[in-house]
Design a protein around this ligand. Sequence first.
Ligand code: ADP
Ligand code: MG
Length: 330
Amino acid sequence: MSNTIISVKNLTKQYQAEQAGGIKNVSFNIDRGDIVAIIGESGSGKSTLLKSIYGLLKMDEGEILFDEERIKGPDEQLIPGHKQMKMVTQDFSLNIYAKVYDNIASQLSNTDLKSKSEKTLAIMEHLRILPLQNKKIIELSGGEQQRVAIAKAMVADTKVLLLDEPFSQVDALLKNQLRADIKRVAAETGVTVILVSHDPADGLFLADQLLILRDGELLQTGKPSEIYQRPKHIYTAQILGNAIVLAKADAEKIGLKTDKETVVFYPEWAEITSNWSSRRFEVKDVYYKGFYDELLLERNGVMVRALQLNRGAHKKNDHVQLNIGRFLEF
Ligand code: ADP
Ligand code: MG
């Protein structure tokens, strides 16, 4: 068995009515057991890509292989979708008046009742919803329902789990837990996870592979750390790290020389030092960020942002020395 479980080849899908929407000539491979995060702004084609992989959309060009077999479109089979994949969308598709246990167990056949109950209990344990088994869905929070939906999708020997915006209905603290649990469950069960998010924080922490989509085009794919450190497009640096983007003329006003049109750096690449050989900036504003401050700094009319880990060290109207240790040129 090859290590590649899914292979997307030159996939193009345009929606009839609109010229712009859809996916344009996208190709990539997914390794078995990996967590893959598809990141992009709203409307960039993330859900279109996910639905195409599952076999819900008729594609215009290209093909998608699952274990070297072509995935059939909705026009080629009675029930659209793929037997070894499951997709969890934001509506969860749960029976809200039925119990948690029954929602999950409904995915398994009755031929072996012992195995049915064992598998249901095991997946509930994995997702830490065992104590909820006798509650009705309608009695659960959004985050709990999300876990039940994932358990239901995974219980019947699912090889690939497709999650569309899994963290959108979960608040910050529970988000961290769900994120960690998805990573753990994937490692424990070997399931391949493809998740879609407009929030890069979801993907960076979780993923083995990141895909950056913009207007239906795949801009870059690779390990999160590689893409973050070496983005091929300004968009990628902006969406992943809230990067500072300066035109050549502005960059030169703060002492950054370039032959290219644009200079880009992350706030953490700019270091506030006591070194007098670095550049002097005025503090225009201080944003409280919890365990650090973000400073809005100005020099010669150019604004940049920098992090201040030593909270409260600088106030508005202070002057600081800034060393921009590293920057990218585009
Ligand atoms: P995302 O999930 O990244 O927000 P989508 O894949 O849902 O993006 O949509 C990508 C683009 O395709 C958008 O411009 C959207 O308006 C368009 N689109 C999505 N679904 C349809 C559809 N069924 N008919 C027409 N256009 C669509
Ligand atoms: Mg979407």
